[in-house]
Design a binder for this molecule. Structure first.
Ligand code: TXA
Ligand code: MG
Length: 332
């Protein structure tokens, strides 16, 4: 990324404009986190409810104290171990933080991204950049600059192209603002890795705090209905659906010669690689001219937790009806 593009992005942020920038997880829709009218533009561009808080991105852990009123030992330990990287920490907000960022709550989400372009931008800007994922509310997060442009187009002032995002799904979110740390959203940084640092088990968020859009049951959804079929039932479900409509499949094994699917996409067998590929794959399937997407259920092992979470929410968000009389198939 050339210095000129970074300077243009900094000038846009200082002028209260919106900048799409790459992070290692997904592309962010950024605004100056200290500028209320700039942050309000984020919500307008996304079509997102105004009381949903946004993550503030920082260049370095050293800025934590400017944004947090309390830094509990758990926050310090996790920041030390995982920043810069795909982890967001929820902490008590500093007094100076504006309500537009926190949705009026007394906590704030903070993250130091590792992507070189995000780092260059944050260092040149100096302040915090408020940024949700650069997609329309409820839709799939963009993992390329082109996908961000498809989502937001001329609703933003500038798009920095940093190539395809390595992680491919949003950051892990841990709330360390209360007593027991709570996992609000699974991601590349796993529950096991976090517990290994904290030496205590994480609590889990109750069914969908309405203030955390990423934990709404329905989110991260393609436009087409999306169904999940267990590996054992996949062929039968595809056959049944294909008798009525055009079926696109995202599986982890090759297409059987007898399959009546119209499109069959093979995803990686490794969880991290599958996550990297998931949103781009769903976007492609969304536009392939089929009527329904059927995803082979991810394995039940811990390494697949984040992918299971996103695919599950995509299924709910797409509004697919469960297939009657088949307990092996669900849309959640
Ligand atoms: O990987 C990521 O986290 C990406 C990149 C751009 O950094 N960002 C992202 O932002 O996914 P967003 O807004 O799409 O999702 C952030 C989630 C939302 O569900 C939001 O409600 C939650 O974090 N969040 C932010 N601040 C919070 C707070 N103070 N308390 C609870 N949840 C919070
Ligand atoms: Mg989002």
């Amino acid at each position: 990324m050339d210095q000129k593009s970074i300077q243009a992005a900094v000038a846009t942020l200082r002028a209260g404009g919106l900048v799409v920038f790459p992070t290692e997880t997904v592309y962010g829709l950024g605004a100056d986190a200290a500028n209320a009218s700039a942050v309000r533009k984020i919500f307008a561009a996304k079509g997102r409810p105004a009381d949903h808080p946004v993550i503030v991105h920082l260049a370095s852990e050293r800025q934590l104290s400017q944004w947090a009123s309390e830094i509990p030992p758990a926050a310090e330990q996790l920041a030390e171990r995982f920043w810069p990287g795909p982890l967001t920490l929820i902490v008590k907000r500093a007094k100076s933080v504006i309500d537009e960022v926190t949705g009026g709550q007394d906590t704030i989400g903070l993250r130091v991204p590792s992507h070189p372009v995000a780092q260059a931008l944050l260092q040149a800007f100096g302040g915090g950049i408020a940024a949700p994922s650069a997609n329309r509310f409820g839709h799939i997060s963009p993992t390329t600059a082109g996908h961000a442009r498809e989502e937001l187009g001329d609703r933003v002032d500038l798009i920095l192209d940093g190539g395809a995002c390595e992680v491919g799904i949003e950051s892990t979110i841990v709330d360390v603002s209360g007593g027991t740390p709570v996992l609000l959203r699974p991601g590349r940084v796993s529950e096991e890795e976090i517990e290994a640092v904290l030496q205590i088990p994480l609590a889990h968020a109750g069914a969908g705090s309405p203030r955390v859009s990423g934990t709404l049951a329905a989110h991260y959804a393609p436009h087409l209905p999306l169904m999940i079929a267990s590996s054992g039932m996949l062929d039968a479900v595809v056959r049944e659906q294909a008798s009525r409509q055009l079926v696109a499949v995202l599986a982890r094994r090759p297409r059987p010669s007898y399959s009546s699917a119209t499109v069959w996409m093979v995803g990686p067998r490794d969880a991290a690689e599958f996550a990297h590929y998931l949103y781009a794959g769903l976007r492609q399937l969304d536009q392939c001219g089929c009527n329904v997407i059927i995803v082979e259920a991810p394995p039940e092992t811990p390494d697949w937790a984040a992918v299971r979470d996103r695919v599950g929410r995509a299924a709910v968000g797409s509004g697919a009806k469960p297939i009657a009389a088949d307990s092996a198939v669900s849309t959640a």
